[in-house]
Design a protein around this ligand. Structure first.
Ligand SMILES: Nc1nc(=O)c2c([nH]1)NC[C@@H]1CN(c3ccc(C(=O)N[C@@H](CCC(=O)O)C(=O)O)cc3)C=[N+]21
Ligand SMILES: [Mg+2]
Length: 294
């Protein structure tokens, strides 16, 4: 039976390290969170981000625009935060309400404050192997893999399933930067199961509930499940739902060596890495030395 990787615990460890790092800095990093509209799930995420930012000893500013805010209003707020010397990081909560152009809005964020790592500048620096702000969920995947395999991932075969801008592509590049041998699988990949069985580290990130089965997994492999899918759960009662990953946990845990659960796996790491990026952004921008142990 696979050992469970406790993402909640690893995320708490990262946040504790961030908190320790913050104490050693000459000033207090500030994260500005921008929420547009009233999406209930986004409101929960934003509340968690604000709370955890403050728990790590940083300042958070919360900006809320109405659901009918125009593209110009969103971009004007971002420009103002770009120009505000107090602000180290800007998080534009996604998705934006219909009618707004997400990519254009993200592109307004000053690269130095891009704590989500989603601007063209951040993506370009990742491809070029330059230091910079890395996307949070993929960074969380690498940290989770290291939590069981140790810091040296060199030579590991990694299969990332999914090529999204937010997760799949940057995850592949981050594992490549760790000297892994990386394959990106996607909807046109032939014999996906056989390819997945070559993976020492398997990273499904497609948003398809329980797609990865036990016989896709190499015995002893590390399975980092990025999917967070809400599905009907009639066994819990009428109208009830539950969260599942992209891997069939009950099936895969019989084969894998280590496996992340959903919930409690990659999800909590995303926020922890956002806090970490806020410290990194503050240090780069203000010319502070990056604290060790981050
Ligand atoms: N600019 C931006 N950056 C983001 O990083 C971003 C975003 N927008 N919009 C929404 C998605 C989603 N996201 C999650 C963060 C934490 C959990 C998380 O902690 N999930 C818990 C379960 C939560 C539950 O029970 O619903 C877990 O997996 O254990 C999930 C999803 C960040 N996102
Ligand atoms: Mg695809």
């Amino acid at each position: 039976m696979a050992e469970r990787i406790d993402g909640k615990q690893v995320a708490a460890d990262v946040r504790a390290k961030v908190g320790e790092a913050v104490k050693t800095l000459p000033g207090q990093p500030t994260l500005a969170v921008v929420l547009v509209g009233e999406d209930p799930a986004s409101q929960v995420y934003v509340r968690n981000k604000v709370r955890q930012t403050e728990e790590a000893g940083m300042r958070s500013l919360h900006h809320h625009l109405p659901v009918d805010a125009s593209q110009d209003e969103v971009e004007a707020l971002i420009s103002r935060l770009n120009g505000d010397d107090e602000v180290d990081g800007i998080l534009l909560q996604l998705p934006l309400p219909k009618g707004l152009d997400e990519q254009r809005a993200i592109e307004c964020i000053a690269p130095a404050k891009d704590v989500d790592g989603l601007t063209e500048a951040s993506a370009g620096r990742l491809v070029l192997g330059k230091d910079g702000l890395r996307p949070c969920t993929p960074t969380g995947c690498v940290i989770l893999a290291k939590s069981v395999l140790g810091d040296d991932l060199s030579g590991k075969n990694v299969v990332v399933i999914g090529r999204s801008i937010l997760v799949g592509k940057p995850a592949a590049l981050l594992f490549l930067a760790e000297n892994c041998t990386v394959t990106i699988a996607h909807s046109r990949t032939k014999d996906l199961a056989a390819l997945c069985r070559t993976a020492d580290i398997l990273v499904p990130a497609v948003g398809r509930p329980e797609m990865v089965k036990g016989d896709w997994v190499k015995p002893g492999a590390v399975l980092i499940d990025v999917g967070i899918n809400r599905i009907d759960a009639p066994e819990k009662g009428e109208g009830k739902t539950r969260l599942v990953g992209d891997a069939d946990f009950g099936d895969c845990e019989k084969v894998a060596g280590h496996i992340t659960p959903v919930p409690g796996g990659v999800g909590p790491m995303t926020i922890a890495c956002l806090l970490r990026n806020t410290v990194i952004a503050a240090c780069y921008r203000r010319g502070w030395a990056l604290p060790s142990g981050l």
